[in-house]
Design a protein around this ligand. Structure first.
Ligand code: DC
Length: 222
């Protein structure tokens, strides 16, 4: 079996930055599992002509219009890309609508099943560092290295606010805090695959630490 490192954690905890840095140091593939939920939400809206409201009451038949064989995840030169039917979806995955759509559809068991199958296929072909919410608990509980990355609510709120600003979305600190709290609530209280610390997971709080410092700690652990 290939090597697997899992990183779970709440919104704006720095999972993807850590995963990417580790993957690049180790020569592994970085799998950003949020990209799959985002891609499926995008495909449902753009290719299957669903509205955001439709996504709130989705049936299993609704995803039959998605040809999963045409979905491709590529990790090249340190960045993940997702293609569907040859079209690069990556530039469209970080909008507010897709934030919302991905969060909505991630609560359906048939969506999670499809994503998990895809992730297992990728892990069969590559050594991976994979980040998400349920990776060490549900998707790859057998992984040798399982990290739960977190930071204080205040720190994550500032990061989320800055990320949004870079995308041209201006939120006050209080609005950002409300958004972060709502995402945390949804991620941790949903009935299927809620965010929790994996068994034997290493909890790392990076509130006052640089990414390099955390990368060093994980490399030592490995
Ligand atoms: O990590 P992210 O913000 O890009 O994730 C997008 C959405 O997908 C988010 O609402 C949480 C959900 N998600 C999930 O339920 N399970 C995962 N393993 C990864 C993401």
């Amino acid at each position: 079996m290939k090597n697997i490192i899992t990183i779970d954690g709440p919104v704006a905890s720095g999972k993807s930055s850590l995963a990417r840095a580790l993957a690049n140091k180790l020569g592994y593939y970085h799998i950003n599992s949020g990209y799959f939920y985002r891609s499926l939400a995008y495909i449902l809206i753009k290719f299957c002509k669903k509205t955001l409201d439709d996504l709130r009451a989705l049936d299993q038949e609704d995803i039959e219009c998605i040809d999963l064989n045409k979905l491709e995840y590529v990790y090249d030169e340190g960045r993940p890309q997702v293609f569907y039917q040859g079209t690069d979806l990556t530039p469209h995955l970080k909008t507010r609508d897709i934030d919302d759509g991905a969060s909505t559809i991630s609560t359906y068991p048939f969506i999670r099943e499809a994503v998990n199958k895809f992730q297992h296929q990728l892990a069969g072909d590559h050594d991976i560092v994979i980040d998400g919410r349920d990776i060490g608990t549900i998707v790859f509980p057998e992984a040798k290295i399982k990290i739960f990355l977190t930071a204080s609510e205040e720190e994550r709120t500032s990061r989320w606010q800055n990320d949004q600003r870079k995308k041209g979305n201006i939120f006050s600190f209080d609005q950002s805090l409300a958004e972060v709290q709502e995402r945390d609530r949804r991620d941790t209280t949903r009935s299927i695959a809620p965010l929790t610390i994996p068994e034997n997971g290493l909890v790392i709080d990076n509130s006052n630490r640089s990414n390099e410092d955390v990368v060093r700690e994980v490399l030592e652990l490995i």
